[in-house]
Ligand binder design. Structure first.
Ligand code: GDG
Length: 742
């Protein structure tokens, strides 16, 4: 069975030296829990940093750790202090973290960080490559390792790669400020599947892909030159049962067996029947909105004085990244705010804010979750926020209210919570009041919905859904590759071609023989193309026809010197070798004055677009427009054109970044069929890239050699991935012929 491996910055365990030996303690975090079952079940490895700087280890220590890790199926990527400083603290936490959470003011654009990030990502990729085999799957986690997917894909294309980003993906306007934005996007696109917590992050990612690299995206699939990458939203869940079971154990425990913390909490409630507790838990981070939460609580006590002496906010703040300046400043700000509010409203019997700056054992965490009446979670940005889900899972009797920031990914799954804007302190103060006075029946009914949802989509479901989608994308890739010309198929085709006595070869021009350029007039044939066509036409058994949507003059100028037929404007005009232009059908263009003003209006309103006028068609080009706006306007134009053409025999054609209006009943398929009608060809070849060529692929007899350029769905019998690949094939056809005919 093919294996599934995991890569993350940290291994899912901590390592401590005990005497001369090392002790491994498995992590209890959500990711470790969710992934452990998977990589173990599928015989894979977990690749990551063990958490101790290499400088602090002797070679013998390193060996001892590695031996210990074998039993856990883990592979260590050792990092020294400088690497940790530059790659982890530096690029990951001082560049990507602030940028992706919209804290641009905290970013340190230090090129040395970037260099280290690349090098360490390479280390992770190399370690993974030591164990990866073709057909394996690898799931890479988070913002510290965004370049790893491409590094692995390049070295081992037959490995299926998933990537999950645990933090938000910012809007393009923010992302574009990063000097290394394109490299990061390319790194991620090495994956087959990219997961985000929410659709908004996915949408932002798509917009960056489109704007920076110009790839076409249909539904949630990104069409690269040679494969498809899928992106989707998978809101991460928690190990629901672990929280629910522990919480019900704790509430059933006799008082004398309870922890000190739990007994303190109980005592507090006995002070007065109206006492209530509000809970907040987070790592100390500027994204978590801790100062605004304290200020909002202060406003609440001011605005609703009846709750002074009755309501306490328990704030568990877990120390984090305390070597970083911003975090130290934040810590002082929080200390000061807590001091101020406690000084102002506190008394001998009452402390408005209980502030714990430390981490608590799991059991205490559950005691807090199950005891507090309200959870107040107010991040200014948060990828998901698992604390909110954990609070819900721990509410055994379904009482409790959750106040959640709309800036946390989790808010999208919590319609029944009280959703607030973290910058609106007055709204938060009012929400606290609403939560504290909410009737029990309403609390239970809301909690019931929330629990059902969070239980159903737990961390196991999350990881299995992600893997299911990976299998789906594998299948999609396979159908895409199904028609790809492999070396053996190519030999077969060349053989058929060589045996034929008279061949008709139809070649589309743009996107097939030459790549697209922003300015259509810049897509001139180069020397290599001229040589290819000359080689092909030097064999008199080859009748080559260039079949294009272009106008007569352009193609005549560019290719007129060759021994080829020209069919232009999608089949309106035909020029046989050595002959004159003839119109294939009797058509008119008296409709143009009616259509042109509409297109002009779209040109005026959409920067970067222009109209091309051909004899019997009008074309609106939007390749140079801002991609999202271009697509949007193209859809609007199509809609408006549909109404206008109703009384004319006209057709709207959608090509590659163009909308073309032309006389109906004319297309490349009809033109090609008419061309071969009276001739006795024994081999038909057609090559094209866009959907106007699909007419040709469909109309030509079934045994024709029809070849699509690009990996999209097609009626053609075969596919190649690029202009370069079709040129290579044409070269083989031309060369073999020359060789044979000598
Ligand atoms: C990142 C994203 C995304 C907290 N204090 C204690 C403790 N915790 C545990 C909680 C929870 C976890 O830490 C915190 O998870 P969050 O999701 O709230 O936040 P981040 O650490 O910022 O995580 C975030 C997440 O990745 C997953 O994708 O949701 O948006 O920023 O599980 O229980 N655990 C213990 N003692 C504590 O004192 N034992």
């Amino acid at each position: 069975m093919n294996k599934i491996h995991i890569v993350s910055n940290r291994l899912p365990l901590s390592i401590n030296k005990e005497g001369s030996d090392y002790k491994l303690t498995p992590s209890v975090g959500g990711l470790a829990t969710g992934m452990r079952s998977i990589y173990r079940e599928y015989g894979g490895k977990w690749i990551g940093w063990p958490g101790i700087a290499e400088n602090d280890l002797t070679p013998a220590d390193e060996k001892a750790i590695e031996e210990k890790l074998v039993g856990e199926a883990c592979l260590a990527v050792h990092l020294d202090k400088e690497e940790i400083n530059l790659y982890y603290e530096g690029f990951s936490n001082n560049v990507i973290w602030p940028l992706f959470h919209y804290f641009a003011q905290f970013i340190e654009y230090n090129p040395a960080y970037w260099d280290a990030y690349k090098e360490v990502n390479r280390k992770f990729a190399d370690k993974a490559l030591e164990t990866l085999e073709d057909g394996d799957t690898i799931w890479i986690h988070d913002y510290q390792l965004m370049l790893v997917p491409e590094m692995i894909k390049t070295a081992k294309p037959k490995v299926t790669i998933g990537f999950f980003l645990h933090i938000p993906f910012p809007s393009f306007e923010v992302f574009r400020t990063l000097p290394w934005r394109t490299e990061l996007i390319r790194g991620m696109l090495g994956s087959d599947l990219i997961g985000f917590h929410t659709y908004d992050y996915e949408r932002h990612f798509f917009s960056s892909v489109r704007r920076l690299l110009g790839y076409e995206i249909s539904f949630n699939q990104i069409h690269l030159e040679d494969r498809i990458v899928m992106a989707d939203a998978f809101p991460m869940g928690i190990d629901y049962d672990k929280f629910a079971i522990k919480a019900s154990e704790i509430v059933q425990k006799p008082v004398q067996e309870r922890s000190d913390l739990h007994r303190e909490l109980e005592k507090y409630f006995h002070l007065s029947p109206d006492r209530k507790l509000i809970l907040s838990i987070d790592r100390l981070d500027y994204t978590k909105g801790i100062p605004n939460r304290i200020r909002a609580f202060e406003s609440f006590l001011e605005k609703y004085p009846q709750f002074q002496n009755e309501v306490t906010l328990i704030m568990l703040v877990v120390p984090s990244r305390d070597s970083v300046e911003q975090y130290r400043l934040l810590k002082s700000e929080v200390d000061e705010l807590v001091g101020r509010i406690n000084g102002r409203f506190g008394s001998v019997n009452y402390t408005p804010v209980w502030y714990f700056y430390r981490s608590l054992p799991f059991e205490n965490l559950i005691e807090l979750y199950s005891t507090c009446d309200v959870a107040l979670i107010t991040p200014v940005r948060d990828g998901m926020n698992l604390v909110a889900k954990e609070y819900i899972a721990s509410r055994v009797n379904q009482s409790g209210v959750i106040i959640i920031s709309e800036m946390a990914g989790v808010a999208q799954e919590m319609g029944e919570a009280i959703v607030i804007n973290p910058n609106n302190e007055e709204q938060i103060a009012d929400s606290i009041y609403q939560a504290l006075t909410m009737p029990m029946e309403e609390q239970k009914s809301r909690m019931n919905f929330l629990q059902k949802r969070i239980k159903r989509y737990d961390v196991f479901k999350w990881s299995s859904e992600f893997l299911k989608s990976l299998r789906k994308i594998e299948a999609i890739q396979q159908t895409f590759f199904a028609k790809r010309i492999t070396p053996s198929i190519q030999d077969e085709l060349v053989d058929r071609f060589q045996k034929a006595k008279k061949r008709a070869i139809f070649l589309d021009y743009d996107g097939t023989l030459v790549s697209f350029k922003n300015d259509p007039q810049a897509a001139k044939p180069d020397e290599e193309l001229h040589n290819l066509i000359s080689n092909l036409t030097s064999d008199e058994r080859n009748i080559v026809t260039i079949i294009s949507g272009r106008d007569r003059d352009t193609l005549q100028n560019w290719l007129g010197k060759h021994h080829v037929n020209l069919i232009v404007e999608h089949g309106v005009w035909l020029k046989n070798i050595g002959g004159d232009w003839q119109m294939i059908d009797n058509i008119n263009s008296n409709w143009k004055p009616e259509i042109r003003p509409l297109m002009e209006n779209f040109v005026d309103r959409t920067p970067g677009t222009f109209i091309e006028e051909k004899n019997y068609s009008l074309v609106w080009h939007y390749r140079k427009a801002e991609p999202d706006q271009g697509e949007q306007r193209a859809n609007q134009l199509k809609d408006e054109l549909r109404n206008l053409i109703a009384n004319h025999n006209l057709e709207i054609m959608e090509g590659n970044k163009v909308i073309e209006v032309k006389a109906g009943g004319i297309n490349k398929g009809i033109a090609a069929m008419r061309f071969i009608k009276d001739e006795n060809f024994d081999c038909l070849v057609a090559m094209g890239d866009d959907w106007t060529d699909e007419y040709m692929f469909r109309e030509l007899p079934e045994d024709s050699i029809t070849i699509k350029v690009g990996m999209k769905k097609t009626a053609a019998a075969y596919k190649v991935e690029s202009v370069a690949a079709i040129r290579k094939l044409l070269k083989v056809l031309g060369e073999k012929e020359t060789a044979k005919s000598v």
